[in-house]
Ligand binder design. Structure first.
Ligand SMILES: C[S@@+](CC[C@H](N)C(=O)[O-])C[C@H]1O[C@@H](n2cnc3c(N)ncnc32)[C@H](O)[C@@H]1O
Length: 235
């Protein structure tokens, strides 16, 4: 798969309001304290763990790993450019492992490997939190080809959820909702930057046609709810 680079590059996913609401959601799942050890797998620019570090001033800086080293990765955390399976073989232990919007990059075999290694890397009361786009009735604004590609990817996500359930067994599901308000101009830029995996394999012509379609279909301000499913596993 081609590499995703503009996911959180000045989008709602890196906005103060998103990060703050997301971290409030995390707080409902985890009792953070100064000694909490956190690993974010597929951290992107590490906005989430950076904000957590700012708030809680952990003794051990949170660790964020990603196969891409993006421009603008946050500096108050430890970032490592490394593949997740390789990193988890280090046998370090964490209280929280976040895997946000990243499972779709893994094959079935590698997802099982990832989960096994993540379980092994948890402290006694540790938690794994997996976040992924809601698969049913998803509200992400799309053009036709993008919608088709997203549908296919969400169908695969449902299959990945089954693998997760089978592997982790005692999981709990919940949902994180964020009200997005974005100018059409900015959203067109995001599409042009192929901000979401389902755009990576479309060719330039598809993208250009898609931009025209969005231009016609949406008002100058686009509003929708971005919903993530959260799968929580505790030891
Ligand atoms: C959609 S982005 C999500 C970024 C961030 N977690 C967020 O929610 O804003 C997925 C990230 O996973 C990373 N990634 C994909 N496969 C990976 C792997 N095997 N090991 C580490 N990172 C990976 C990608 O490079 C990308 O930055």
């Amino acid at each position: 798969m081609k590499k995703l680079k503009n996911w959180d590059n000045k989008t709602w996913l890196s906005s103060k309001s998103y990060i703050s609401q997301f971290n409030k959601f995390l707080k409902t799942k985890i009792n953070f304290n100064k000694d909490s050890k956190i690993l974010d797998i597929g951290c992107g620019r590490a906005n989430i763990i950076s904000a957590l570090q700012q708030k809680y001033k952990f003794r051990n800086k949170p660790i964020g790993i990603d196969i891409v080293s993006n421009k603008g990765v946050k500096k108050n955390i430890i970032f490592k450019r490394v593949e997740a399976l390789k990193y988890l073989k280090k046998k370090e232990k964490y209280d929280l492992i976040i895997i946000k919007q990243t499972i779709h990059f893994f094959s079935k075999t590698n997802l099982n490997r990832l989960l096994n290694l993540a379980k092994r890397s948890l402290n006694t009361k540790g938690k794994i939190l997996i976040f992924s786009l809601k698969t049913k009735n998803n509200k992400i604004p799309c053009f036709e080809k993008m919608r088709k590609s997203l549908k296919k990817s969400l169908k695969r996500d449902e299959y990945l959820f089954k693998i997760i359930k089978k592997n982790l067994k005692k999981t709990k599901n919940s949902y994180f909702n964020f009200n997005v308000t974005i100018s059409k101009k900015r959203y067109l830029w995001m599409i042009k930057s192929r901000y979401i995996s389902c755009l990576l394999d479309l060719n330039d012509k598809d993208i250009n046609n898609g931009l025209n379609e969005i231009e016609l279909k949406y008002n100058n301000t686009i509003k929708f709810i971005d919903t993530l499913k959260c799968i929580s596993f505790s030891k």
